[in-house]
Design a protein around this ligand. Structure first.
Ligand code: GLA
Length: 744
């Protein structure tokens, strides 16, 4: 890993073993991108990468040169001076003009990474494996500095970027400030985005780029289940194991814009940043605005290579409180709001018997909350339901030998609450306008520090009151009528809101370092790197149907590690889809992530409880491999009938394969599961096979699956039972199987 600046050619080369990123200072002082892709041998001058061209019908920056920012690929683009796109930023000056001329002034290269000055804003950190370049550009007319930050990581093809504006002379108004711009040569890219909605999060969608602008964004006050802030661009077509893929992921949980613009010279521009709509930052002399960070990742080994790079980065350089996930029972689908202490203890006892480690008490334990119409904001215990309080319940759960976890939704208030009666203006609203509701609730004004401090006091009192080891932090509606009475500049409202959320998360995670925070937003509605910085796992979706989960978890795995993906086994028929699936299928899907249960165990018979017990034994035995191993999607991503997932230990001696069939295929000859990531010369044994296989056989030919049912060879009842209990892949709808692969 290194960053080299050549004085002669004025070129910067950031590189490690896998990736090179090269840009230069032009003779007018602006920056121009030369290359971003597979690692290149270092040279002091990559002069062939730069060219000036005499093009028709365009404008040039002066008489002497042929520099036109219509075709020259910029590092950070400037609108209005031969660049006709919206650019990376807009700075409006005292006289209402917006033209700027930021020229190279200086740069710094150093080991490590400086903290973002707002200590609440999440960002990647260095473990002695990062080098940083800060390039300062200066506009002397307005006396303003623009600093572009680049951090490159050792052994990971990742560059983290962010932008800082410092006003040194006069007041300026920033109405757009992207965290990064990357101008690519060419437009032959496929775009992969993670699309969705509530209970349909992060479905993979692929499309060819077209000329003009296309974007992914959120204006909901959170990153949203609709468009995840991660996306990838692949050269040509995106494949799992071959080809070049560029990933972008925003370390931010608020409104964002990811914008791709293909111009008439077939150059492709990618901007990522805070959404400029309803954004404005006014800087007085001496003031600074710093953007969140964007993670640029690169793979020349297809999408799976990109996923593994992202997984590694998130686990090693982003998650603050990294540890293995506990196995939980969550009472939500077991009881919803209808519980008392005894009911919870009965559930906890059963959970303990099967080996569950943590009992999580979900919504409904506070104020007078018996349904979704009241009490958010009233963070004191409902003694009608829990006469011994949270403290009493927690102690009883601890006495059973289990850890205790608690659900909170700190950003919200119901009109039906003590808090709203006392502080109606703390709910976000625009004066003299209608207040829209969502799930009967309103969002608290976290742009107002007083609100954040008040909620901090309340939540920290509860967390102090007993031995809580796990918190599920929910957020169940999006912001409407966004406005804060405490802000003079409403252009900062959405940003200040999310900074307030981060502030509360920072304070609570610092005060309670032993508590494991799980994030949630009506399921996986705020599944982003900002949240993962504070909480290493996220409730992936309120949809617990394993068939739907195949798409949801597969899409999520493109950008996020299994450590982040929280999965529970629930009942069949499923509460969200009504689908009936075997217990084996539900477990085999849920194993790939943070494992748990969300059903009324007191209603399960002995046979089912025995199955759960053996599932938990399996997960405990392989938890480390699942969470720490390398994850592979062994079939091409996309919606399909068969799925196959695999984790491989770092030493390649052990692997777990999950194979899933949604719909039975009739008169099929046989199935073959082709593996990846093994050692080709090692011999492995595979569950269910007497013979051993070399790694190269498993990777080039695969595990052969002969179908059991051919009309004669198996009794239908036996078949049903083995699908339900053990899991047998390939013989009927919703059939699945786990294969263990072990080196001998
Ligand atoms: C959201 C969450 C659920 C559950 C409920 C409680 O929908 O996603 O898991 O916690 O809220 O109200």
């Amino acid at each position: 890993m290194n960053i080299i600046y050549s004085e002669v050619s004025k070129q910067f080369h950031l590189f490690n073993e896998e990736v090179s990123y090269i840009f230069k200072v032009l003779h007018n002082g602006h920056l121009c991108n030369l290359y971003y892709g597979s690692k290149l041998n270092h040279k002091d001058d990559f002069k062939n990468f730069y060219f000036e061209s005499d093009l028709g019908a365009t404008s040039y920056i002066n008489d002497e040169s042929k520099i036109s920012f219509e075709y020259i690929r910029q590092e950070y683009s400037t609108f209005g001076c031969t660049d006709f796109t919206e650019g990376s930023y807009e700075i409006v000056q005292k006289d209402e003009s917006y033209i700027t001329d930021f020229k190279y002034k200086s740069h710094k290269i150093y080991d490590g990474k400086n903290k973002i000055s707002n200590g609440d804003l999440p960002a990647t950190f260095s473990n002695g494996d990062v080098k940083t370049l800060e390039v300062t550009l200066f506009d002397d007319k307005i006396g303003c500095e623009l600093v572009l930050n680049y951090s490159i990581f050792k052994n990971k093809s990742v560059i983290a970027r962010s932008t800082v504006v410092k006003s040194l002379k006069e007041e300026i108004k920033i109405t757009r400030l992207m965290s990064s711009t990357v101008d690519f040569e060419g437009d032959n890219f496929e775009l992969l985005q993670l699309e969705g909605a509530w209970i349909r999060e992060r479905h993979i969608e692929k499309s060819k780029l077209r000329k003009g602008k296309q974007s992914i964004y959120s204006l909901r006050g959170c990153s949203s289940p609709q468009h995840n802030p991660f996306f990838a661009l692949g050269k040509g077509e995106i494949k799992e194991y071959t080809g070049e893929v560029y990933g972008f992921n925003f370390v931010y949980s608020g409104n964002f814009l990811a914008e791709i613009d293909v111009n008439h010279y077939s150059n492709t521009r990618v901007n990522v940043g805070i959404h400029p709509f309803k954004f404005e930052a006014n800087l007085k002399k001496g003031e600074v605005f710093e953007t969140p960070e964007v993670i640029l990742s690169y793979s020349n080994k297809g999408l799976n290579g990109l996923s593994q790079t992202n997984h590694k980065l998130i686990k090693e350089n982003l998650m603050k409180n990294y540890e293995l996930p506990p196995i939980v029972i969550n009472n939500w689908e077991a009881t919803y709001f209808d519980f008392d202490e005894q009911k919870l203890l009965n559930l906890a006892k059963k959970a303990k018997e099967i080996g569950v480690e943590t009992f999580v008490l979900d919504d409904g334990w506070f104020g007078r909350r018996n349904d979704a119409t009241s009490s958010l904001g009233d963070w004191y215990v409902n003694e009608n339901k829990l006469p011994n309080g949270i403290t009493g319940l927690c102690k009883k759960i601890n006495d059973l030998g289990m850890n205790f976890g608690l659900w909170i939704e700190p950003e919200m208030v119901n009109k039906e609450s003590e808090l709203y009666k006392q502080k109606p203006d703390w709910a976000i609203q625009t004066p003299n306008r209608n207040m829209s509701q969502g799930r009967n609730q309103y969002v608290l004004d976290f742009a107002n520090d007083e609100v954040v401090e008040y909620i901090y006091e309340k939540i920290s009192n509860i967390l102090n009151s007993c031995n809580i080891s796990y918190v599920k932090w929910d957020m169940n509606r999006h912001i409407t009528e966004g406005y804060s009475k405490t802000l003079q500049n409403q252009g900062l409202f959405y940003h200040k809101y999310i900074l307030g959320v981060y502030k509360l998360m920072r304070k609570l995670t610092e005060q309670f370092p032993k508590i494991m925070f799980e994030n949630c937003s009506s399921g996986g509605g705020r599944f982003d790197l900002g949240m993962l910085y504070y909480s290493p796992q996220i409730w992936t979706s309120d949809n617990t149907d394993p068939v739907d989960r195949l798409n949801i978890q597969e899409g999520t795995s493109i950008a996020y590690p299994l450590r982040a993906i929280s999965n529970h086994i629930s009942v069949a028929p499923n509460h969200q889809t009504g689908r009936k699936t075997p217990i084996s299928m539900r477990a085999n899907v849920a194993y790939f992530g943070c494992f748990g249960y969300e059903l009324d165990l007191t209603k399960n018979d002995e046979n089912e409880l025995k199955l759960f017990k053996s599932q938990i034994e399996f997960y405990k035995k392989y938890r480390n491999l699942i969470i720490e191993g390398d994850f592979y999607r062994t079939t091409e991503s996309g919606i399909k009938n068969n799925y196959c997932w695999q984790v491989v230990s770092k030493d390649k001696k052990e692997s777990i394969v999950g194979a899933y069939q949604i719909k039975s295929e009739t008169n099929e000859l046989r199935k073959v599961i082709k593996l990846v990531g093994l050692n080709k010369d090692t011999q492995y044994c595979v569950t269910g096979f007497q013979q051993t296989f070399f790694g190269d056989e498993l990777m080039n030919v695969g595990i052969p699956i002969t179908k059991y049912f051919n009309g004669v060879s198996m009794n239908f009842e036996d078949m049903k039972e083995s699908v339900e209990n053990e899991g047998v892949y390939g013989i009927c709808d919703y059939s699945s199987q786990i294969f263990l692969i072990k080196a001998i």
